[in-house]
Design a binder for this molecule. Structure first.
Ligand SMILES: [Zn+2]
Length: 286
């Protein structure tokens, strides 16, 4: 057998395994907040600890959870009104793909996004996302995703979606089409291999882009390029808009950093204060 055919057989076996995994890892539906069923797949290592038979049940007896514990974060997460059935935003079938700071929707939803992946990966994040039903989109750099694929796969099993944030996290603005395409398609190919789904959203590093970025992102499979409306860092929401309140369609940006648990909680509280419900970007950009 030639080395090439051996590699092809190995690749096919790997793909089959991935397809099996991704088929099992169907994400929960987030507008049904009363999810109490078992986690999505018994065959995948689950983020939910065995000490909590009912993910939505608040502690009812004895001492309150210790501040900073996973139970405490879950207990602090606001209760939201049920998200409306998503009405996807209109996309044109041809031509340039859109670049959005805020999704053009007046539905009472906002979107949580988490970027990068190489710097820090707090261990309780997948459990928090699962137990508090937090819809998240992860814009990952493909080398970090590859090095820590088990971590991100746990968040994927908890309902998170992996999207594209290039390979090397360099600014794309002003670079050639070939350079940008390699950064975007190269990451998309790797992420698809790792997580079993082609990225449909792209976020350029530092939010820096040009018209070539939109073309290259489209050519690599993206339907839209995302910026953000608020950033969240060390538990504080920083508004980029004069309203100083989360608006319908807003996109909140945070990172895989040490304070990610606090950032998630701060984002949930800001969305709740605004009378909105967190929703999944991919339900609105199809
Ligand atoms: Zn980044």
């Amino acid at each position: 057998m030639s080395a090439t055919s051996a590699r092809r057989i190995l690749a096919a076996a790997t793909l089959l395994a991935l397809l099996t995994l991704s088929a099992c890892a169907a994400r929960p539906v987030f507008h049904a907040r009363q999810i109490t069923a078992a986690p999505p797949s018994p065959s995948v290592p689950m983020p939910m600890p065995s000490t909590s038979p009912s993910p939505s049940a608040a502690p009812t007896t004895t001492a309150p959870p210790a501040p900073g514990s996973l139970d405490w974060y879950v207990s602090q997460a606001p209760t939201f009104p049920e998200a409306p059935p998503p009405q996807p935003v209109p996309l044109t079938a041809t031509g340039a793909i859109p670049f959005w700071h805020r999704l053009p929707t007046d539905q009472k939803v906002a979107f949580i996004t988490i970027d990068d992946g190489g710097l820090a990966r707090p261990p309780a994040v997948a459990d928090f996302i699962w137990r508090a039903h937090i819809p998240v989109t992860m814009f990952l750099n493909s080398p970090a995703a590859e090095e820590h694929d088990d971590y991100f796969r746990q968040i994927q099993v908890a309902g998170g979606i992996v999207e594209n944030h290039t390979i090397r996290h360099t600014s794309l603005a002003g670079r050639s089409y070939d350079y940008q395409r390699q950064e975007i398609c190269g990451a998309a190919d790797k992420l698809e291999t790792l997580f079993g789904k082609r990225a449909t959203l792209f976020r350029p590093p530092f939010g820096e882009y040009d018209s070539t970025t939109l073309t290259a992102a489209r050519d690599c499979g993206a339907k839209a390029v995302l910026h953000w409306s608020e950033t969240v860092h060390e538990g504080k929401v920083r508004y980029q808009t004069p309203e100083k309140v989360v608006q319908p369609g807003d996109v909140l940006l945070m990172h895989f950093r040490p304070a990610l648990m606090d950032d998630l909680l701060a984002a949930l509280k800001a969305i709740h204060r605004a009378g909105l419900t967190p929703a999944l970007l991919e339900d609105y950009i199809r």
